[in-house]
Structure formats: structure tokens, C-alpha cells
Design a protein around this ligand. Structure first.
Ligand code: GSH
Length: 294
């Protein structure tokens, strides 16, 4: 595993992130941890065989494991991970195990008879009344609204763009291999298997997702449209970030999601065709300087 150690870290947390380097949900969690300068170890999971998360009942990544005085506490789902950690950092009155209890998993059947799993409260911070009074209610609800938008709208524009053609899909997987350091983690037969199986499968998945999420025929346009929605919202505020002078959890979520495609053709074209560049660059600086730790 790889270690991210930040000298700014005063959290006393011992964290291990099970992830794919370029999964948008994993990138969200890393954007959060890096911005707040919270150290963590990374375990890169093989996306085809997934041996390193066999121990977990929850089968997706990211999974964040926190070492607690009594054992290991897994946290599942990127949004829940971020809400639990943000609550902990703002107001460490509750232990990590207590915080996890505030986000129960529920299963239910929706209007169309489909079984669904959901995590209760995942967009909410769990703060003491005292801490809550210090926060601005409107900014908290704005932050929740745009975090939800990032998860339910923006993220769905990615896959059809990243895997738009077979060629783009292969380019993407080769870039994943590079930044995920697959060469160091997996033998070459396994790496080639992931690239070949992954790129072919995701090309098809991209087509299915395009339909499911009603993207435009020119899928690039759907990505640009949503990024323009985000840029106009910030412009309306007249600040650098949605959070104001400092990024909030919505800024970190949108940044993390877009960061996951930084090496793809789609990202280059996004910068050329929208005005998201300046905000993205400010975010990149804030995150890599661990500005949230100061
Ligand atoms: N809601 C979850 C989150 O925000 O963390 C979604 C996580 C997710 O879908 N992760 C994908 C995954 O692990 C990788 S990008 N998929 C494997 C699977 O669905 O079996």
C-alpha cells in the first residue's frame, strides 16, 4: 500500500482507503482528505478481480477503514465517508463508531417495485447543537443541494464521455494503469486483463448509461451543459468557490469527480469548451496545498 502523510495532520485518525485511483467516488474522498491534510494509506484494488476487498460485505469502492481504540471501523460510500469525516473534524465529540451509527443503511422497494439500498442522512453533518448554531443554515442547505447534484447529475455525464469510442476507452484505461500504478500493484498478465476486459466492458456500459441518464446524442454537450450549470451558480455568488473564499464540501465533490477524468480526451475538451478552467485550477491549488488544514 501507498502512504499519504501530511505534516498538517492533527486529526489523530488512522485511515486506509480501498480504492481505484480514477473512480470518481474515490477521487471525491481523496480530494476531501488531501484538502484537509488528513493522512491515509491507499490500497489499490484490482477492478476486475477485487481480491483486496473480499473481506467486505459491501462490494463497492471507496471503502475507508478507520482504526479505532477497539478495532477497525469500515465506512462505506463516498458521500457518507465525507459527511462522517467532516463531522468528526468540525466537532470531534463523537467517536468514529458513533458517527457511523448516524448513517444507517436501509433497504426498501421503490415506486416501480425495484429493491433499493440507501444510506440515511448521508448529506448531513452530525454536529452538536452548539456547533450547529455556529453554522449558517442557508450555506449548509446549499452545500447539501450541490453535493447531491454532483452525485445524481454530474457524475452520470462522465462514463459515456470517457468511454465514448473504443479508442477513448483504451486510452482511458492506459491512463488509469499509469496513475493507478498498476505496474507496481499487479503482474503484467493481470494488468493486460484489466485493460482489455475493462475497456471493452466500459465502452458498452457507457452506451447503456447514456440512454439511462438521457444524455444528448453528442454526449460531450451533456458534460459541458452540467459544468456550465456549476460555473453559473458560482458566478451568481460572485465568489471563487461555491463555499465562498474557501471551498465547501460541494466544491470538493465536483472537483473530485472532474479530477477523475483529468487524463482523458474528454477533460481536455471540457476545458476548451467551457469556462470551468479557473475554478478547477483554484480547486487544484487549494487541495494540493492542503488549505483546509490551516
Ligand atoms: N454510491 C457509491 C459511492 O458514492 O461511493 C458508489 C460507489 C461505486 O459505484 N463505485 C464503483 C464500484 O465499486 C466504482 S466507480 N462498482 C463496483 C460494483 O458496483 O460492483
Amino acid at each position: 500500500s501507498r502512504q499519504m502523510k501530511f505534516s498538517e495532520d492533527h486529526s489523530n485518525l488512522k485511515l486506509t482507503l480501498f480504492q481505484y485511483q480514477t473512480c470518481p467516488f474515490c477521487c471525491k474522498v481523496r480530494a476531501f482528505l488531501d484538502y484537509y491534510g488528513v493522512s491515509y494509506d491507499v490500497v489499490e484494488v484490482d477492478p476486475v478481480l477485487r481480491q483486496s476487498i473480499k473481506w467486505s460485505e459491501y462490494k463497492k469502492v471507496p471503502i475507508l477503514v478507520a482504526k479505532t481504540p477497539t478495532g477497525y471501523q469500515p465506512l462505506n460510500d463516498s458521500t457518507m465517508i465525507i459527511s462522517a469525516l467532516a463531522s468528526y473534524l468540525k466537532d470531534s465529540g463523537k467517536s468514529m463508531a458513533e458517527l457511523v451509527q448516524c448513517f444507517p443503511f436501509i433497504t426498501f422497494t421503490d415506486d416501480e417495485g425495484v429493491k433499493k439500498k440507501e444510506i440515511m442522512n448521508k448529506y448531513f453533518l452530525m454536529l452538536s447543537n452548539q456547533q450547529y448554531k455556529k453554522e449558517n443554515d442557508k450555506s449548509l442547505s446549499d452545500e447539501r443541494k450541490w453535493r447531491k447534484w454532483a452525485d445524481e447529475v454530474l457524475v452520470h455525464t462522465l462514463s459515456p464521455n470517457v468511454y465514448r469510442t473504443r479508442e477513448e476507452a483504451f486510452q482511458a484505461f492506459n491512463w488509469f494503469s499509469e496513475v493507478g500504478e498498476w505496474e507496481q500493484h499487479f503482474p503484467s498478465w493481470e494488468r493486460n486483463l484489466i485493460i482489455y476486459v475493462g475497456a471493452s466492458a466500459m465502452y458498452l456500459v457507457g452506451k447503456r448509461l447514456k440512454k439511462r441518464h438521457n444524455l444528448k446524442n453528442d454526449v460531450r454537450q451533456s458534460l459541458y451543459d452540467q459544468c456550465n450549470v456549476w460555473v453559473s451558480e458560482i458566478k451568481k455568488k460572485g465568489t471563487t468557490f461555491l463555499g465562498g473564499q474557501q471551498p465547501n464540501l460541494a466544491d470538493l465533490a465536483v472537483y473530485g469527480i472532474l479530477n477523475s477524468i483529468e487524463g482523458c480526451v474528454a477533460f481536455k475538451e471540457l476545458l476548451e469548451n467551457t469556462r470551468i478552467g479557473p475554478w478547477y485550477l483554484s480547486m487544484k491549488q487549494a487541495v494540493s496545498a492542503h488549505q483546509g488544514a490551516k
